[in-house]
Design a protein around this ligand. Structure first.
Ligand code: SF4
Length: 386
């Protein structure tokens, strides 16, 4: 199994898509709709990848993708619309896909994002500012989830204020331009970088400066092999003149990523439906539906861990029938190897409540399922087709 690409964090841009009139299309096409859906996902997947983005989720006919820079999302949206329009869809279908782009800060949770801060900030804006987004960096940075750089970017780009920005890309650009060689994570270096970014702001041109700095940092002044030969500010760049652009900012060594073996029980009814439990709200992947699973503790065999997990979580003594497959998955702070086993409960009975459900064969899209569990689901569905 290939390791999924890392998801960006900090200030990111989402691209959301969904098919216009999908319910009518489904009613009209019946089972043939699935092929159209898959083809549209393939086309969007290629456009998203070409824009430097990562598709991190699908829900029915909706696709969610994330980009480190807004221009990538816009490029992907344009390329996706063109490719969808050029596609010779069967049966005279005129497939129209709505798309929305949103830039902001979101918290990366596993392989998904949550935006609780956005929700809180929206409520404050309604109550404190009568629903009008404030226009100064000072007011914006007082809102939850909006850091100094995001506040500067909103004030500059949305309101034309002469405010500096300092996202990760601009940080690198400014460090090289002014030859600031220290660790940008330290307060003292950060202060120097803010001063440098402020020096870049041309009077009355805050919006242009912010956009230019963010774009230059994202597309030319790259972390590795910066494209100095085509950089419009190379003649003012201290690092370029000194030939130190590859050394600034200094690289920090990456910590080893922890790894866990996780076992999952797949209970299947004779009609092919599979048992899922809803993950605890507030926890990792909270609210999603997954196979009952747990981590293997040191010294346990996978089978022992599985029996213990099922006993603890469902109060059932499971009989293991066979292994279904193994899936590797990376979250932001650790990796897992997920071992899926087909299991049987005594008498086929599993206690079901509001936090449990049966995913019928072909019932894709009804439950929001984490990526790793979906891969296991695909493995067992492939078996069904054999
Ligand atoms: S000259 Fe090179 S190092 Fe300097 S800002 Fe341009 S791309 Fe970055």
């Amino acid at each position: 199994m290939s390791v999924p690409p890392p998801l960006p964090s900090g200030t990111i841009t989402f691209l959301f898509t969904d098919i216009e009139g999908s319910t009518k299309l489904l009613e009209r096409l019946g089972e043939r709709y699935e092929a159209i859906l898959d083809e549209h996902r393939r086309i969007l997947g290629e456009a998203i990848a070409a824009g430097g983005g990562v598709a991190f989720g699908t829900e029915g006919d909706a696709v969610f993708a994330v980009f480190a820079v807004p221009s990538g999302a816009v490029r992907a949206a344009v390329a996706g619309q063109r490719a969808l329009a050029d596609q010779p869809w069967p049966e005279g279908i005129d497939l129209r896909v709505r798309m929305g782009v949103h830039t902001g800060e979101a918290t990366l949770t596993g392989r998904d994002y949550v935006g609780l801060e956005v929700h809180r900030a929206a409520r404050i804006v309604v109550e404190r500012y009568g629903g009008k987004v404030p226009g100064t960096a000072e007011e914006l940075s007082a809102l939850p989830g909006i850091g100094r750089s995001t506040a500067g970017a909103i004030a500059a780009i949305a309101f034309g204020a002469d405010e500096p920005v300092l996202d990760a890309n601009v940080r690198r650009l400014v460090a090289r331009l002014f030859g600031v060689g220290g660790d940008p994570k330290t307060a003292s270096v950060r202060k120097i970088l803010w001063e440098g970014s402020a020096r870049l702001v041309a009077e009355g041109k805050g919006r242009d400066t912010a956009l230019a700095a963010m774009d230059l940092g994202a597309t030319v002044c790259l972390p590795r092999a910066p494209r100095c030969g085509e950089c419009p500010v190379r003649f003012f760049c201290v690092a370029f003149r000194a030939g130190t652009q590859e050394e600034i900012p200094p690289r920090t060594s990456r910590k080893a990523v922890p790894h866990h073996d996780v076992v999952a029980a797949l209970f299947r009814r004779p009609d092919g439906s599979l048992f899922l439990v809803r993950r605890r709200l507030g926890g990792l992947l909270g609210g999603l539906w997954a196979f009952p699973s747990g981590k293997r503790t040191p010294g346990e065999t996978l089978e022992t861990a599985l029996r213990r997990t099922v006993r603890e979580k469902l109060g059932v003594r499971a009989t293991i029938q066979r292994k279904v497959g193994v899936v590797s998955h990376a979250y932001s702070h650790y990796r897992i190897t997920l071992h899926g086993y087909l299991c049987e409960a005594p008498g086929g009975r599993i206690p079901s409540d509001a936090g449990a459900g049966w995913l019928s064969r072909g019932g894709r899209g009804r439950y929001a399922i984490p990526r790793a569990d979906r891969k296991l689901l695909e493995l067992i569905q492939q078996e069904d087709k054999l």
